[in-house]
Ligand binder design. Structure first.
Ligand SMILES: [Zn+2]
Length: 225
């Protein structure tokens, strides 16, 4: 059976929460995701965000300076998801559907440069199966937010023919995912770690190859692998 493709699914990205200030004090808000293929706007309502304060975890300065040793944690409460569609004249968005989520999703962190933390979602999994994978993106499918693996998703780029893959330095997405989620230290003694640089390089090469492929009209063609 053909797997569902991740490319055009509504999603919540941790980097959007960061951009909207939801990981640094702002406690509620809306997260938009624009569907480039249909022009729809998907809006996730966030009711509240809780993040452990470093001060709470580390009462004295000594412990605080060893911040790298222990991660921060948090919680995001998703209340609902609204789909907005463009009107007939493509002038204005109108709300067309709202789905209730009422779902709390845990946040995890890994240490980053200069005592900062990099945030991740802890995937809630689907059904009784708890996943807890550290992921940067949660996909929305069948009214559930979960990681790519739990939704059993594939990417369109997997359908690129093998001879094309060699040209553009496409890497195995699973391998890139694993590199990022197993990354513990982004820097050591003020310098980026080798592992971090390798993950960055591979991701950059991969994205460039995918962009080049899509620019050639790759999405319009169907491939069998
Ligand atoms: Zn998962």
């Amino acid at each position: 059976m053909q797997k569902q493709e991740a490319d055009n699914l509504p999603r919540v990205e941790i980097k959007t929460l960061l951009k909207e200030g939801l990981l640094s004090g702002k406690q509620s808000g809306l997260i938009h995701w624009h569907d480039p293929s249909l022009g729809n706007e998907y809006i996730f309502r966030i009711g509240s965000v809780y993040i452990d304060e470093i001060e709470d975890l580390y009462p004295d300065d000594d412990a605080k300076s060893q911040h790298d040793a222990r991660p921060l944690e948090g919680l995001v409460e998703f209340t609902s998801m609204v789909i907005a569609t463009l009107d007939e004249n493509a002038q204005e968005y109108k709300f067309s559907q709202e789905f209730l989520l009422n779902k709390s999703i845990a946040l995890k962190t890994t240490p980053c440069n200069y005592g900062k933390s990099r945030f991740w979602f802890s995937c809630p999994g689907i059904g009784p199966k708890r996943c807890r994978a550290r992921v940067g993106v949660l996909y929305w499918l069948d009214n559930r937010l979960a990681c790519r693996k739990c939704h059993d998703l594939t990417y369109k780029v997997r359908n690129i023919p093998k001879k094309e893959r060699h040209k553009g330095r496409l890497h195995n997405i699973g391998e890139i995912d694993r590199m990022w989620s197993s990354l513990r230290k982004y820097s050591y003694k003020g310098k980026p770690t080798k592992k971090y640089l390798r993950a960055q390089k591979m991701t950059g090469e991969h994205n460039a190859a995918v962009d080049a492929f899509l620019a050639k009209g790759g999405l319009q063609r169907e491939f069998t692998d």
